[in-house]
Design a protein around this ligand. Structure first.
Ligand SMILES: [Cu+2]
Length: 334
């Protein structure tokens, strides 16, 4: 009785799990939002259904054979040998060739959409993997940002993947396959979102301590909104207006932040950490590890090693007023 109850509970959980998994579906290969991702998902379903059918048939044959051997004793029957031979030929030769050929065709069909772009594209975005964040550059547009890639909906975007240190892998499951970032190479892939929205991406190649916290967002938005975003991002940071903000910029330049970060329009131009020119326009901090709010920003600046242990930003000793100034200034970087 107890066992039956447990089995029922397990079955219920197994049934409910896929339904609850829906809740967070911005990083699911099974909810594709581009031509390429749809081809990959279709291939996955074909493989799943095909292999399920094969496993079912093979299991059935094994069960039949086992039951038969229980009920009758096997004797060599010469008149049966041609039937046995043709069964072996069909099961061991014809069916596998058919199945593998079908798989080959299905796989070849997904190649064009998932290969490097050929011909003209609407936009190029270069993403450079770093331990453990992403530099994002729009070549020729004077835009450099981090951890958040904006693209116009429906546009064919050429994504160039590079790395500055170790091997990373760029992966936005809803838009295309994984693409490795290999030292000294530029690999590319097409991103073309068919619907506006935020698609979560993730580093898919173990790259060190904070690999798991190396995520990013692809924000697909209508053309006009994207153009406005790009125009804003190409401008230098706004000049600090109030006294508090001016103090913030001074602190930024004097306590060490400017040794690692750039803010266009100020003397800070280091490239050890992410570009902060339009920091306040981003949704998250530290490669999608925490939300970009004033509270989290303060927590990050005071103790980045607590938020993301092992990352390359040290905690600096700051006084209360220094932190207030920094926050006031950084919050203006839209
Ligand atoms: Cu990585």
């Amino acid at each position: 009785m107890e066992r039956a109850r447990r089995l029922a509970v397990a079955a219920a959980v197994a049934l409910v799990m896929p339904a609850t998994a829906r809740a967070d579906d911005t990083q699911s290969t099974l909810r594709p939002h581009s031509h390429a991702a749809r081809d990959i998902a279709d291939l996955w379903w074909a493989l799943l259904i095909g292999s399920a059918v094969i496993v079912f048939v093979v299991t059935l044959l094994v069960v039949i054979a086992a039951l038969r051997s229980l009920t009758r004793r096997c004797e060599a029957a010469p008149e049966d040998s041609t039937r046995v031979k043709s069964l072996v030929f069909a099961g061991g030769f014809a069916v596998p060739i058919l199945v593998l050929a079908t798989l080959l065709v299905l796989t070849l069909r997904t190649l064009p959409a998932t290969s490097a772009p050929r011909g003209d594209t609407d936009l190029t975005v270069r993403v450079i993997g770093r331990q453990w964040f992403w530099d994002v550059v729009y070549p020729g547009r004077n835009v450099k940002t981090a951890n958040e890639i904006h693209i116009p909906v429906g546009a064919t975007v050429k994504l160039e993947a590079r790395t500055d240190d170790v091997v990373h892998s760029f992966w936005v499951p809803q838009l295309n396959r994984k693409i490795d970032m290999i030292p000294g190479r530029t690999n590319s892939i097409v991103l073309r979102a068919d619907r506006a929205g935020s698609y979560r991406g993730q580093c898919a190649e173990f790259c060190g301590y904070q690999h798991a916290n190396m995520a990013f967002l692809v924000v697909a938005e209508p053309r006009a909104k994207f153009d406005a975003w790009l125009a804003r991002e190409s401008k230098p940071a706004p000049k600090p207006s109030g006294a508090e903000q001016r103090k913030g910029l001074q602190t930024f330049m004097s306590v060490g932040c400017s040794g690692c970060h750039a803010i266009a329009g100020t003397p800070a131009d280091a490239t050890v950490g992410p570009d902060l020119t339009h920091l306040a326009s981003r949704e998250t901090l530290a490669a999608n590890t925490i939300p970009n709010t004033k509270g989290y920003l303060a927590g990050w600046i005071l103790d980045p090693q607590h938020v993301k242990p092992g990352n390359r930003m040290p905690g600096l000793q700051l006084t209360g007023p220094q932190l207030d100034g920094l926050l006031a200034y950084l919050e203006t970087l839209r």
